[in-house]
Structures are given as C-alpha cells and as structure tokens.
Design a protein around this ligand. Structure first.
Ligand code: MLT
Length: 341
C-alpha cells in the first residue's frame, strides 16, 4: 500500500508551530458545515423581502403564499417591505443578502422583467443573480379610474384620455414597476402623456384613487377586486382575452375596442444566487404545497390571480420565464420610449 506522502509527522517531543490545515481538509470541513446547515434549515424565521409598500398586490401574494409556506417549513416567513425605485431597491438588497436561505424575495414582471430596460445601472441581473424558486401567481392587469371619472365605459375613457392631453394624473409604483410598465404601454397606444404620479406601491396609490386624488392606474387584479366590488373605484377593462372569473362584469379590453392592450403580470419567489440546492428544493416544495392547498388557491383565485402557468412554478421554469420576460419587455419599453437608452 502506498505510504501517504506529505510533511513528516511530528514526534511527541518535537514542538512545531501550528501549520494551517491543508486546504483540502479545510474545504471539506467548510463544505460539511454548509451541508449540515442546509440539512437542518430552517432553524429560525425566514425573511421575505417585498419590494413595495404593504397592502399592494405583491404584498398580498407574498402574505397569502408565505402563510402556507410557513406551515410547511415549520418557521415563520416574515414579510419585510423594502420599497423604492420601482421595486429594484428591495430586490437589490435581497440579491446581495447572504445565500443561506434566511432571506428570499417576492419579485415580479417589473423587477425581473422590465427593470434592465429602464435602469442602465441596475445592480443585479434578473437571469443571473438569483436562485429562482418558482412562480407564485399570474396577475392580470386592469385599467381602473376614480369612481366619478366622467366616462361610462372604456370607449369613453379612451376618448377622455385622448382629449385631456397631459391633464390626467396616472398613478404608478415607480419606473420599472408593473403599473409603470403596463401603463407606459397603454399611454403609448392611446398617444397620451398624462402626469405620472409615483407611489411606493400600488397599495398607497389605490388609496389616492379611491379618494379621487389621481385619475387612473394600470394595476394588478389582486389589489383591486375588493374595491371594484365595493364600487369605490371604476374598472373599465381587464387586459385579458377573456373576462376574469373574479370580475365577471368587467369587460375585456377587446370588448372595449382596445384589443392591442393585452398584458398580464406575475409575482415569483427568488433566493440569492448561491443558495444551497437543498434549501432551494425545500423552498420549492413549500411553494408547490402552498399552490396545491385548496384554501390558499381559493384566496388567490377570489382575488383574480391566474394559477394556470404550472410550468413556471419550478426553479427551472421560473428561470425560463425571467429570460423570456427580460427579452420581451426590453423590446416593448424601447418601442414605447420608456427605456432611457
Ligand atoms: C405593488 O405591490 O405595489 C405592485 O406590484 C407595484 C407595481 O409593480 O406596480
């Protein structure tokens, strides 16, 4: 048997300075420590960064899905709202957090689709700097207005918007957000240039729409259903091919004579790049269990979420969705002149 090579072993009476552990031993110790941490993860609550103000659609999806995931994981998923810069402030913080499974993020079509086109110096790459976990919910877009807006249907809204030039106030959640991106597309189709009022999320924006401080907004359905049902805002159309089961009385944009405005958003969970695959697998399993849970599904569907895209619920599926959406929105935003370069 080959005798082990390497420095001669010290005899008992020789005093030698402590030598650093050979690299291979140190690496093995580190790897096994990481593997054991992943095996016992989670041992404390997990922070989920929501990159917009509380009460908006991304917050709503995060809390509904996170509630069931907490039960599966046996540790609380604690929502931390970190708003700013169309959601990129919170996502940047999440991307730069330790890849230990204790910080995850709820991103969406804005932060992980539109953002690279509107932020030349974006501090993350949506398709490279994350460990994707999975799609949580598709979120169709509605054109909504303050309840006393002087238009009885979408045709009249379009006529009013075109006649008002820059007099109307449109609310959104920051450059690159879903509300900004989708209403950039709408304004481009209508040829309108409204005053664009920015909020830390469409939760606060909705409050001002209800109180009549702003005129209209393009927002995700999961933020709007209760207000529309209560009659505190007007819904002119849903930008889908068919009406939403959650809002059967709201016509589609096609029915309203605006077939070219068909757009939907989505919200999805990401961990920082480098998160151990065992932890990614546990997070993915908890997400899939949440989306299979009847009560959780009902809460999302009652708010108009679209749960049909099952392929994007896996890490691999979400990675493909992000790559498609970054390519798509960079083209759309350049065409509508919303991309600075
Ligand atoms: C929110 O949760 O406030 C929205 O997702 C913001 C947006 O992207 O419009």
């Amino acid at each position: 048997m080959k005798t082990p090579t390497g420095p001669p072993l010290a005899t008992s009476n020789e005093r030698r300075p402590m030598r650093p552990l050979p690299l291979l031993v140190a690496a093995t110790l580190t790897l096994s420590a990481g593997a054991s941490r992943a095996a016992t993860w989670p041992e404390r609550p997990v922070t989920m960064i929501v990159p917009f103000a509380a009460g908006g659609p991304t917050d709503v999806v995060a809390r509904i899905v996170g509630d069931h995931m907490s039960r599966t994981l046996g540790q609380q998923i604690v929502i931390e709202n970190v708003a700013g810069a169309g959601g990129t402030t919170g996502i940047t913080r999440g991307a730069q957090s330790a890849p230990d499974g204790y910080t995850i993020m709820m991103g969406h079509m804005g932060t992980h689709g539109a953002a690279p086109a509107v932020y030349p110096n974006l501090k993350y790459d949506p398709s490279k700097d994350f460990a994707p976990i999975g799609l949580a919910a598709g979120t169709p877009i509605l054109i909504v207005a303050r309840k006393n807006f002087p238009a009885k249907d979408l045709k009249e809204f379009v006529a009013q918007a075109k006649a008002s030039g820059d007099k109307l106030n449109e609310a959104h959640a920051g450059v690159g957000s879903v509300s900004f991106t989708t209403c950039s597309l709408l304004n481009s189709i209508l040829g309108t240039k409204p005053a664009r009022v920015v909020y830390r999320g469409t939760g606060p924006a909705l409050n001002d729409l209800v109180s009549g401080q702003v005129d209209y907004m393009c927002d995700q359905i999961v933020n709007l259903v209760p207000q529309i049902q209560a009659g505190t805002i007007r819904a002119y159309a849903v930008a889908l091919p068919q009406r939403s089961p959650a809002l059967p009385d709201v016509p589609t944009t096609t029915e309203g004579g605006l077939p070219e405005f068909q757009v939907s958003a989505w919200n999805a969970i990401f961990a920082p790049k480098g998160t151990p695959k065992e932890i990614v697998a546990k997070l993915s399993d908890a997400l899939l269990k949440a989306l299979d849970d009847e009560a959780t599904k009902k809460r999302l569907l009652d708010l108009g979420a679209d749960l049909t895209d099952k392929a994007s619920r896996t890490p691999e599926g979400l990675q493909k969705l992000v790559e498609r959406e970054v390519a798509r929105w960079s083209k759309v935003l350049k065409n509508v002149g919303a991309a600075p370069n």
